[in-house]
Design a protein around this ligand. Structure first.
Ligand code: CIR
Length: 278
């Protein structure tokens, strides 16, 4: 794929988001249950996040929260949209499967074609997917299996799917993200270093890799020529400097620590898309 095609695939008109349910604070899944989430603070951070998406030129469309699904704010896990086609996922954790239907309905309303995974044994979380414009990287994690990756490949035959083993963290995007066109940011943990090694060996596209000190800074949301990054207070001066030096696009800071307590990253809270005719 030519770079210009890749660029246009990474230009978006809308961000689909989902409001934070009250059940998020007590019941959102988390690897470390000692983390105490403050609901009001989470809502405040989520609002700022949607304001920044608007600043990046996106129309933000918000699906109401569903109290039955404490993790529903992490809408990225429900669908991958490339161009005008969305592939709905089948989240690996059974508690999260019911989140997908409302996302499907909203995508249809926005005139996005929706396709389903064609294999009933497929498991796939959007947090395991990085679409780089050149290929689709898919984590092989506790939430996403080979059938999920293969089924996604059939949904988007025009881009190669490359599987990346994940150990020691939740998702591929817990330790890696696209920071800019052709630039992949990776976290500094053991899990992050293993992902970096596998990306270097397996990725089919051309990328520059930037490794940070920690994982908490490695999830960047690249939106229409801007990089949304976590605040310097949250990620510390060294990660912040490395990021802002590596990314040659304007960096917009947002505080997101209430979501990180539930293993959520910046990318988790939106599905970026381009509606037909724009
Ligand atoms: C979960 O365990 O499913 C949520 N607490 C976190 C989901 C994070 N989602 C993402 O990275 N896309």
């Amino acid at each position: 794929h030519s770079p210009s095609r890749a660029v246009s695939m990474l230009n978006f008109t809308h961000a689909l988001t989902r409001a934070v349910p009250h059940s998020f604070a007590n019941d959102a899944l988390r690897l470390d249950w000692s983390k105490n989430i403050v609901y009001e603070r989470a809502v405040k951070q989520w609002r700022k996040y949607t304001e920044i998406l608007t600043k990046c030129g996106l129309e933000v469309v918000t699906i109401p929260a569903d109290e039955r699904y404490p993790d529903c704010v992490f809408i990225e896990d429900s669908a991958l949209v490339i161009g005008q086609r969305a592939c709905l996922t089948r989240p690996g954790h059974p508690n999260r499967r019911g989140e997908v239907q409302a996302v499907k309905d909203e995508l249809k309303r926005l005139k996005i074609e929706t396709v389903e995974l064609d294999d009933p044994s497929a498991l796939l979380d959007g947090g395991d997917i990085i679409f780089t414009g050149q290929e689709i990287l898919v984590g092989d994690s506790t939430r996403t299996n080979e059938e999920g990756a293969m089924s996604l490949q059939r949904a988007f035959p025009e881009f190669p799917v490359t599987r990346i083993p994940i150990k020691g963290c939740l998702h591929l995007k817990s330790v890696a993200s696209l920071g800019n066109e052709g630039v992949i940011i990776v976290g500094g943990s053991q899990a992050g270093s293993a992902v970096l090694q596998n990306l270097k060996q397996r990725a089919q596209g051309q990328y520059k890799f930037v490794q940070l000190d920690d994982d908490c800074a490695a999830n960047v949301l690249f939106v229409n020529g801007n990089a949304i990054i976590k605040s310097q207070k949250e990620i510390g001066p060294s990660n912040f400097r490395k990021l802002t030096e590596a990314l040659t696009v304007p960096c917009l800071e947002v505080e997101f620590d209430e979501f990180y307590k539930a293993d959520g990253c910046l990318s988790c809270c939106s599905v970026l898309l381009q509606t037909p005719g724009k």
